[in-house]
Design a protein around this ligand. Structure first.
Ligand code: NOJ
Length: 811
């Protein structure tokens, strides 16, 4: 079963059946102002803070057919009353002659035909502005004249999204709606909680004279709300009530009489939903965006942004689904995770205080470095500012206030209140930023540590390099009985929460990888003493890991507080963990024989046709001594599910072992675009990676959930571009080091790196997975495979793969 198709020429996914298995969404705008739109026009919009400044009421748990946040009604005048329907399908569910939802870059366009009326609604946030624009073209495609009214509707939430749900007296008692009548018949409907009257008001307006309006849901639906969103009784009256709500469930509905449309005739209605300090301040820009040409300009600007963004890296491989993901949808998802972290989606509901995750954002920035290095740097600086003086980091923070917290670890008083991996990720992020940009001066920038005195002044600051060094030292000193890093409340796997004293092999390996980065950086900075020191740290941890954590066929994953290994053949449940095997390869701790064996064990025990499971077998029953993992049935999420974020690490590990066939097989088997023709089992959007897929211990094996906001985006992008295609930034320049399926004849990449555009053609005449025999740049053979750094311009690179005695290019 298919619900749509990829339109590669327009960089869109087009949904052609509105009854998708779950709601399929798209992001518009950014965290500064924006949110998501679902495929039937429902929208969750906020400004800067989904928890405390939410604008529309979109309750994810409501069924797909319900109204959520925003819709448009059209009505056709009939001899007796009106035919009312929504061109977005929801909430009236009328039979349609055409329905298409174009999921585009920063916009959604719904095109539909109902009852001889064609509607084309383009929904987007104008860049740098706090407004959602819906540019709606309504055409009579029948052969008779029709009289059409258009009634766009928004339902507001209290900005405090949680209180909206938990206090059904305070929230409705405090919200107010007011109308502003403009001389030319336009109206601006304002809405705000009383406390924000003078500082922050929402508005809804249009470019068309408004004959009447409604701001109270009860009146709009009618009959004490026994009228429904599918059939609002007020729309059977000629006009709405013009009621300015003093309380209650506030909406904004605007009645527009579009008059008689002759066959072929089109009207254009442009609505704006925004937020400003006050109406006086809002009016000039509102008026600006009533002009169709200015809306077109804003849309053009959005298109230019995405052209520029995507142009930094474009690929041409033999695999059409890989091309789709790497050229459009994967970098686009990376942009989303960089912006929204895990704050707001259909699944991450943005209530309460979660904010930005330290480890999440440290990994997310690595997916946008080629495209927006300056924004990535700004986020890295925020991350460093919530690092403690001892080198560890707070688990999450609010990006507006920069107030940090220990996150979910606070829920367990008996366990440590830090995550043992958080601070180490930022070393990877900073080094990746430096390799991309060459901006070594960043290392000298001074950033405060988190602790403050009673005047809120930082107790201590340090250079970026100092932050990195302290992160290393924290882990070096925070070790347990085997000399391995203590687990803290958890490591990357949030849900394994063992008693104090437990040790983490994941954190040991992440520490190893961070040390490799520090060694590389120190060498590049001509600081041999530091390079030697970190090499010694690396050797020390490598020895410990290999001495105590090799289980015979694979590496164990944890040692419990009493020394019991977890993730061992002796374990009852959770005998083998994916990260236990991939990460010793990434850290360089596993020697080739063990590395191969660990990855083969992983393949034999964890691989499925829908992706590689996180562990097996799943725990089957709640056990507070193991923690959150046992709250899940076997095969779900971290308990034996396919937790997708982990899969690209295996792809990378396989490329480090030289097996391009396996790396690509693992890439392809989780590629959502490759599932488009068999999406019913999977259910989520085929154009983004989800966080999790149910594993084969679960009766609904293959079912995906939690699409969009997942570390899978950044890491699969890195695995695909930097390790499989092998176009990898290094301190010395852009490296070309592919590890591809041996069947490929080659591929092409266009990559902008430090202001230079490289057009890279790779040929694979001998059909190898790895190995380069020659590299020519602008026709001249170069030694090695790091491309020279030029002053600028466009340069042609020609790479030939083949068997070489030492794996080095022969040139
Ligand atoms: C989701 C969290 O956002 C991420 O930080 C964590 O690593 C994974 N869950 C695995 O538990």
């Amino acid at each position: 079963m298919q619900y749509g198709y990829f339109d590669d020429s327009k960089q869109e996914y087009v949904i052609t059946n509105p009854k998708t298995p779950v709601k399929w969404i798209n992001y518009i705008g950014t965290l500064a102002f924006g949110g998501f739109v679902d495929h039937t026009g429902g929208a969750l919009i906020c400004r800067q803070d989904p928890a405390l400044n939410r604008i529309t009421k979109y309750i994810s748990q409501m069924s797909a057919s319900d109204f959520k946040g925003e819709t448009l009604y059209l009505r056709i005048k009939q001899p007796h009353g009106y035919k009312v329907f929504s061109p977005y399908f929801v909430p009236t569910l009328d039979p349609y002659d055409l329905y298409e939802c174009h999921v585009g870059l920063g916009y959604t366009r719904i095109v539909s035909e109902f009852y001889g009326i064609r509607t084309e609604a383009t929904i987007f946030v104008s860049m740098g502005e706090s407004r959602v624009i819906r540019d709606i073209k309504i055409t009579n495609v029948s052969n008779a004249p029709v009289e059409v009214d258009a009634i766009p509707v928004v339902e507001y939430t209290h900005p405090d999204a949680l209180k909206q749900l938990t206090n059904a007296d305070w929230a409705p008692q405090t919200v107010v709606s007011k109308v502003v009548n403009e001389p030319d018949g336009h109206k601006v409907l304002l809405q705000y909680p009383f406390m924000y009257r003078d500082t922050k008001v929402n508005y809804f307006t249009s470019n068309w004279p408004v004959s009447s309006f409604e701001s109270d849901r009860k009146k709009f639906l009618g009959d004490n709300e026994y009228g429904t969103w599918a059939n609002p009784l007020s729309l059977q009256q000629a006009e709405l009530s013009n009621w300015e709500a003093w309380r209650g469930d506030n909406i904004a509905a605007l009645m527009h009489h579009l008059d008689t449309l002759q066959p072929g005739e089109t009207r254009r209605l442009i609505t704006q939903l925004g937020q400003e300090e006050g109406v006086d301040r809002a009016l000039p820009r509102i008026q600006y965006f009533r002009d169709e040409r200015n809306v077109e300009r804003a849309f053009e600007k959005l298109a230019q942004f995405w052209d520029g963004y995507l142009s930094k890296l474009q690929v041409e491989t033999p695999d059409v689904n890989m091309n789709r993901m790497l050229n459009v949808h994967n970098p686009r998802q990376c942009h989303t995770t960089k912006n929204w972290s895990r704050y707001l989606s259909l699944y991450q509901l943005g209530y309460g205080a979660r904010g930005i995750g330290f480890r999440d954002s440290s990994q997310d920035v690595m997916g946008v470095l080629a495209q927006m290095p300056q924004e990535a740097k700004a986020l890295i600086k925020q991350l460093l500012s919530v690092q403690r003086r001892n080198g560890s980091a707070y688990h999450q923070f609010n990006p507006l206030t920069l107030v940090a917290s220990e996150g979910d670890s606070l829920e367990r008083e008996d366990l440590p209140h830090y995550y043992s991996d958080d601070h180490l990720w930022v070393i990877l992020a900073v080094c990746a930023y430096l390799k991309e940009t060459g901006d070594l001066a960043f290392l000298d920038e001074v950033i405060p540590y988190y602790e403050r005195d009673k005047h809120e002044q930082p107790l201590e600051s340090g250079s970026v390099l100092d932050h990195l060094r302290r992160a290393v030292e924290f882990t070096r000193n925070d070790v347990g009985a085997h000399g391995l890093p203590l687990l803290g409340f958890a490591d990357w796997n949030d849900t394994v929460n063992l008693r104090t004293g437990a040790e983490s092999l994941f954190t040991a390996n992440l520490y190893g990888k961070a040390l490799l980065e520090m060694m590389d950086l120190s060498r590049h900075r001509s600081d041999p003493a530091s390079a030697e020191k970190y090499a010694a740290y690396h050797a020390e941890m490598k020895e410990r890991v290999n001495q105590c954590a090799w289980d015979g066929e694979w590496y164990v994953r944890y040692f419990d507080w009493d020394g019991t290994p977890l993730g061992s053949h002796t374990s009852d449940k959770g005998q083998i963990y994916i990260n236990g095997q991939s990460w010793p390869v990434l850290s360089g701790f596993a020697e080739p024989l063990r590395a191969r064996r660990a990855l083969d064990s992983l393949r034999a025990r964890l691989n499925t046709r829908n992706g590689i499971k996180i562990s097996t077998p799943g725990f089957n029953g709640f056990d507070p001594k193991r923690g959150g993992i046992t709250t899940y049935p076997p095969g779900t999420k971290e308990n034996g599910g396919i937790f997708l974020h982990t899969n690209p690490w295996v792809m990378i590990a396989e490329t480090l072992m030289g097996d391009g066939d396996r790396a690509f097989e693992y890439y392809d088997q989780i590629n959502p675009a490759a599932r488009n023709d068999r999406i019913d089992e999977y259910e989520c959007e085929p154009y983004v990676y989800p966080q999790n897929i149910l594993g084969d211990e679960h009766p609904q094996f293959g079912l995906a959930r939690n699409s969009w906001l997942s570390g899978t985006a950044s890491w699969t992008y890195q695995a695909g571009t930097q390790y499989i295609l092998g176009i990898r930034p290094t301190f010395d320049g852009l490296m070309v080091d592919p590890c591809i399926p041996h069947a490929w004849d080659g591929f092409k990449v266009a990559r902008e790196f430090r202001g230079v555009v490289y057009h890279i053609t790779v040929e694979n005449p001998d059909h190898v997975c790895q190995g380069i025999t020659s590299v020519r740049v602008d026709g001249k053979v170069i030694k090695g495979n790091a491309l020279p750094i030029f002053d600028g311009g466009t340069h042609q690179v020609h790479v030939v793969m083949g068997n070489t005695p030492d794996g080095e290019p022969s040139g």
